[in-house]
Ligand binder design. Structure first.
Ligand code: ADP
Length: 510
């Protein structure tokens, strides 16, 4: 009985430390807006990089023809083919789009750029051949590609950019500090694929492009999937670190790289501290580690493990529960020894280790959603997941209830922090109803304008509790009146289709 009380105490302490009451969320909103200013004021002025994208004109509906896109950046990559009708009065002029989604073979995430891009180029080629047939035309006519890449890039132009660092478990050392689109271009030429990178953008920018194409009131795009990031439309004159920036529209899309946001107001627990310390990028991507799919299941795992150390109601500690997710993210250098250690094996054979990594690749977050969304009175689905996936059999109902609660606490915190981030962007651009940052002319008229934020990514689209908590928190922070003008729009496959739109917009300058 005493031991059970200790288990409950672990949960209560955790819940307390994760608290995100609205006052705290407002502090996060303010911190986000302040950091955005700082990141725009000077290079390195903030943990928010606030990167230029060179996207100063979003597609407007006049684009016409067939375009391709490649979306690379998480657990999957997608190739797309988009046909545009080009009728500018009808904003839904996307005649059709075809998508092929593939998992990135894990060994390519830590290999060389040549291996990665050879693989991608040949997938692209197969896709083109499947879609176009082996027609003469495709051999002669150059195809235009929009390339979304969801890692921090210092953009040199709309066509190219330099990789600043890897996130989300990728570690291809020869790419850091180099142009990303060039090796893709080379790999495509090598296999005779007549395709050119016409637009190289962050995936959030693709999402914004598509959402804006459908709805001109769209001002920002947020992705919450394996990782998390956001971009938004900023006035060129507000990008102080880049004086005299020439744009056709007076605006430019800014890629925030908000996964790296940090503020002392974020509710951080000892589990977050440990997760960070055991990650391949400690002290980095702090916001992402509290918000995105790659990490949520891992936080839950750590809390459950801690609870199971207090009581034997969890049965013997299973190896699934004690092996950190970070197996997936270890650099090749560390991989052998750490895997062998974690799984009690003695191996230095790389091949053997790879098998282990593939097996461990499955993320915990979708399981967590399954646990969280079980509404059967006896939590049957929770029992099944614990037994089948985590190898913890015969978990009593009271323990299962506790585990559901842990998932709830972690997801609620993540969703509410993401909501605060979104409101932070709205505050920065004067759409949060505070009227603070809007231009003098519109001030007197403080009428709220319709504001759309595109949201994409597996957590928002597939995890309904996450989505509900996020939507609810936006309303809570802004109040009913203001939030009734703010629309969060789900945009599945938006980043890829958006990239094809950008390829269209930038291959024939309007
Ligand atoms: P990526 O970000 O890898 O390009 P997605 O946007 O599809 O791809 O996001 C995938 C992530 O979304 C997964 O890593 C996982 O964390 C999360 N996810 C996917 N499906 C679910 C689900 N049913 N429940 C909870 N999380 C999910």
């Amino acid at each position: 009985r005493r031991r059970w009380r200790r288990v409950v105490a672990v949960l209560e302490e955790f819940e307390e430390a994760c608290a995100t009451h609205v006052g705290r969320l407002r502090q996060v909103v303010d911190a986000m807006a302040v950091e955005m200013h700082a990141g725009l004021a000077s290079e390195g002025g903030s943990k928010l990089k606030m990167l230029l994208t060179f996207v100063d004109a979003l597609p407007n509906g006049s684009e016409k023809g067939t375009y391709y896109a490649l979306d690379l950046g998480g657990t999957n990559f997608r190739v797309l083919r988009v046909q545009l009708g080009g009728n500018s009065s009808d904003r839904s002029a996307i005649l059709r789009h075809d998508v092929d989604r593939q998992a990135i073979p894990p060994h390519l995430m830590t290999s060389t750029s040549e291996d990665l891009f050879d693989f991608i180029a040949s997938s692209l080629k197969q896709f083109v051949e499947k879609e176009e047939g082996f027609s003469e035309l495709s051999a002669v006519k150059r195809m235009e590609l929009g390339f979304t890449f969801s890692f921090p890039v210092k953009q040199m132009s709309i066509l190219s950019g330099i990789l600043i660092k890897w996130t989300k478990g990728f570690a291809i050392e020869d790419m850091v500090g180099k142009d990303v689109s060039e090796p893709l271009q080379q790999a495509m030429s090598k296999i005779g694929l007549n395709m050119r990178v016409a637009a190289f953008v962050n995936d959030t920018v693709g999402t914004l492009a598509l959402a804006h194409y459908h709805d001109e009131d769209t001002v920002a795009a947020v992705i919450i999937g394996t990782g998390t990031n956001a971009c938004y439309l900023e006035r060129a004159d507000a990008i102080i670190k880049c004086q005299g920036l020439l744009t056709t529209s007076g605006c430019m899309v800014v890629n925030m790289e908000w996964g790296n946001f940090w503020s002392s107001h974020l509710p951080r627990t000892s589990y977050d501290v440990d997760l960070d310390a055991n990650s391949p990028n400690p002290n980095d991507q702090g916001f992402e580690k509290m918000v995105s799919g790659m990490y949520l299941g891992e936080i839950v795992r750590r809390v459950i493990l801690r609870m199971s150390e207090e009581s034997d109601s969890f049965g013997p500690i299973s190896s699934k529960l004690s092996a950190p997710f970070s197996l997936r993210f270890l650099s090749p250098f560390h991989r052998g020894s750490a895997c062998a250690r974690a799984l009690g094996m003695n191996t230095d054979g790389n091949h053997y280790v790879m098998v282990v990594i593939v097996e461990e690749l499955r993320e915990l977050t979708p399981l967590m959603a399954g646990i969280h969304e079980d509404d059967s009175p006896d939590l049957r689905e929770v029992a099944r997941i614990l037994n089948d996936d985590l190898e913890i059999p015969d978990v009593p109902l009271k323990v299962r209830k506790l585990i559901v609660k842990v998932c709830d606490v972690v997801t609620r915190r993540a969703a509410r922090l993401a909501a605060a981030g979104i409101v932070g962007i709205l505050k920065k651009i004067g759409r949060d109803g505070s009227g603070g940052v809007t231009s003098g002319r519109t001030k007197g008229l403080s009428k709220a304008r319709r504001t759309v934020v595109a949201v994409e990514g597996g957590l928002y689209t597939n995890y309904s509790m996450f989505r509900e908590y996020l939507n609810e928190a936006v309303t809570e922070i802004l109040g009913e009146e203001i939030s009734s003008h703010v629309i969060l729009k789900d945009t599945e496959d938006g980043s890829g289709i958006g990239a094809a739109l950008l390829a269209a917009a930038y291959s024939f300058p309007n």
